[in-house]
Structure formats: structure tokens, C-alpha cells
Design a protein around this ligand. Structure first.
Ligand code: FES
Length: 159
């Protein structure tokens, strides 16, 4: 174990989670109704690929896992703010390009390669994703209510 690894193992949770992250837009500021918003075509994301979506109330990363299912999280890693879209899809999770923390689709970090434990605050926001007729939709609700399959499917929007 080198000096850096030793230091990482002794950092507190507060030190591990960077207080200032890149500008993740607050989705509550978006004046949009609740619904499923079309963000990409299904063919835009192959198995084990990730893309960044900016045309949404906040920036997100969407990836297709080994199981071919889509998952989405806030774009910026809650550790030190790297773009997860530059990371690597690992099984059904996404591994951050900076320090290789692996995030699952439910927003939990499930692996920190160099640490003995996962910091309790290593949680990020997840987004519900669906595919319909060859397109990818992400659920948005300003109050953060759960996705509703009977909700509106919205193809054109601006925020
Ligand atoms: S920025 Fe460190 S793991 Fe993502």
C-alpha cells in the first residue's frame, strides 16, 4: 500500500465528499410539468456504453448495463465531481474515471477500490428511465415524486 492509499483509508467522510462540486443544475428550478421526457434514441446507447444528457432539468449520465437495462444518475460524481459519462460501465454499474468508485443505478456507491469501507454519504440522485418505440425517456417531477407509467410522455420540450 502506497502513501496515497494509506491516506485515503484514514480520511473522514467529510473529507471524502468534496464540498464543492461542478455546477449540477437544480432540477427544482425547471418549469416543467411531471412526465417522461424524451432524451435520446435507444440506438444512441449500446450495451456497456454511457452518454451524458444535458437537455434535461439537470445534467445526467445514462448507461446500458451488461443486462441491457438503462440506468441514470446525476452526472457529477459525489466524491470529487468527475463526469460519470467519462467513466466505464462495469457490469450494471458505472465506474468513475477519477478514483474508480462504482455507482449502481439506485444511486448507491457499491465499491471504493482503495478503501476498507464505503462512506455513508456516498449516495447520489438516481433517475427513472424507460424505453418506448425506440426512444429513451427519463421521468421528471419537480417534487421528486416517483415515476408513473401512466404519466405523460413528452417528446418536445425546452427548459
Ligand atoms: S471523483 Fe473520485 S471517484 Fe469520482
Amino acid at each position: 500500500m502506497n502513501l496515497d492509499e494509506t491516506r485515503e483509508n484514514t480520511l473522514t467522510d467529510k473529507e471524502l465528499i468534496a464540498p464543492e462540486l461542478p455546477q449540477q443544475r437544480d432540477p427544482k428550478n425547471a418549469q416543467l410539468k411531471s412526465g417522461w421526457y424524451k432524451v435520446a434514441a435507444s440506438e444512441d446507447i449500446s450495451q456497456l456504453e454511457a452518454i451524458q444528457i444535458d437537455d434535461f432539468p439537470t445534467q445526467i449520465v445514462i448507461w446500458r448495463g451488461e443486462d441491457k437495462k438503462l440506468r441514470a444518475l446525476d452526472l457529477y460524481c459525489k466524491h470529487m465531481g468527475a463526469s460519470l459519462a467519462c467513466g466505464e460501465v462495469d457490469e450494471n454499474g458505472i465506474r468513475c474515471p477519477f478514483h474508480a468508485w462504482r455507482w449502481s443505478g439506485d444511486g448507491l456507491c457499491n465499491e471504493v477500490p482503495y478503501a476498507k469501507r464505503i462512506p455513508p454519504k456516498a449516495i447520489t440522485r438516481s433517475w427513472e428511465v424507460n424505453e418506448l418505440d425506440g426512444f429513451i425517456y427519463v421521468w421528471f417531477d419537480r417534487q421528486g415524486k416517483s415515476a408513473d407509467l401512466n404519466g405523460e410522455w413528452i417528446d418536445e420540450f425546452s427548459f
